[in-house]
Write a protein that binds this ligand. Structure first.
Ligand SMILES: Nc1nc2ncc(COP(=O)(O)OP(=O)(O)O)nc2c(=O)[nH]1
Length: 287
């Protein structure tokens, strides 16, 4: 039987999307909101990436600049210095696809040259030159919704209809990407949990995320350790938000997300195994 399930060709490394896949987060930053400083040098970041693959990560997301509100902008040369060596070494030492979490076209180019096979852009290719760079590089691109800018996006997020407005934004960015020559088969959407949204906004989007499947491209969900999980659970410290994060990503998977961007790979992999076992049970025949 010919397998028709979707997949992404990430620079020669295929990411099959026949089931939800786990994207392990490697932040090579001193100030990421939940693991800043833990892996902010090449050796530590590479070791962490290898550990996440050993835990079952299907792909890795390498980031050199924190997106949390109030984070210090990172100059281009510094971001390159942080991420390129990590990508080079991980590309050599693992077989999983590697994504670069950046909005700078120059970092996209250098990362793909170093072995990255996917672009993860929280600005959805709105930076000058980003559309052209992504089109030339020819690798899958994650287009994420954000209201406002990281520095102030959480001040007073407001929507008349958060689902409709996020949907409209993603349709617009997909159109711009395809007009720039990026094939639809290389597009991934992301509702941008926590990027200019209250916890209520995030929960509405999560509850109705299946609505976005009509766009016909894979959906990524990233709720890992975020403030909304903390608000709902009362867990102040991001590292204590693992159970809430796993629950949120399981729900996202049930509603159609096929890439889950997480810090805690092993618990997420375990939860997906239980879900897959139940999902495999054939539905009773209705005669
Ligand atoms: N596509 C996508 N990319 C993202 N990048 C960073 C963060 C923020 O999380 P983290 O990387 O852990 O923190 P920081 O930005 O502080 O490094 N969230 C997303 C997300 O939800 N979706």
């Amino acid at each position: 039987m010919f397998d028709t399930s979707p997949q992404l060709d990430c620079g020669g490394r295929v990411l099959r999307l026949d089931r939800p896949r786990v994207m392990g987060i490697v932040n090579v930053t001193p100030d990421s909101f939940s693991d800043g400083g833990a892996h902010d040098n090449t050796e530590a970041a590479v070791a962490h990436g290898l550990q996440l693959v050993a835990e079952g990560a299907d792909l890795l997301d390498i980031g050199g600049e924190s997106t949390r509100p109030g984070a210090a902008p990172v100059p281009l040369e510094e971001e390159l210095r942080r991420v390129v060596p990590v990508i080079e070494q991980l590309a050599r030492q693992t077989q999983v696809p590697i994504s670069i979490d950046t909005f700078k076209p120059e970092v996209m180019r250098a990362a793909v040259a170093a072995g990255a096979g996917m672009i993860n852009d929280i600005h959805a290719l709105r930076q000058d030159g980003a559309l052209a760079a992504a089109a030339e590089l020819g690798v899958p691109v994650v287009l994420m919704h954000m209201q406002g800018e990281p520095g102030s996006m959480q001040d007073t997020p407001h929507y008349d209809d958060v689902v409709a407005e996020v949907h409209r934004f993603l349709v617009d960015r997909m159109f711009s990407a395809e007009m720039a020559g990026i094939a639809k088969k290389n597009l991934v959407i992301d509702l941008g949990f926590g990027f200019g949204k209250t916890t209520d906004h995030n929960m509405i989007l999560l509850a109705r995320s299946a609505r976005f499947l009509e766009l016909g491209v894979p959906m990524l969900a990233g709720l890992s350790r975020k403030r909304s999980i903390g608000e709902l659970t009362g867990r102040e410290a991001p590292r204590e938000r693992v159970a809430g994060s796993v629950a949120a990503h399981l729900i996202a998977a049930q509603r159609g997300a096929t890439i889950l961007r997480v810090h805690d790979v092993a618990p997420t992999v375990d939860a997906l195994k239980v879900w897959a076992a139940v999902d495999a049970v054939p539905m009773p025949r209705v005669d």
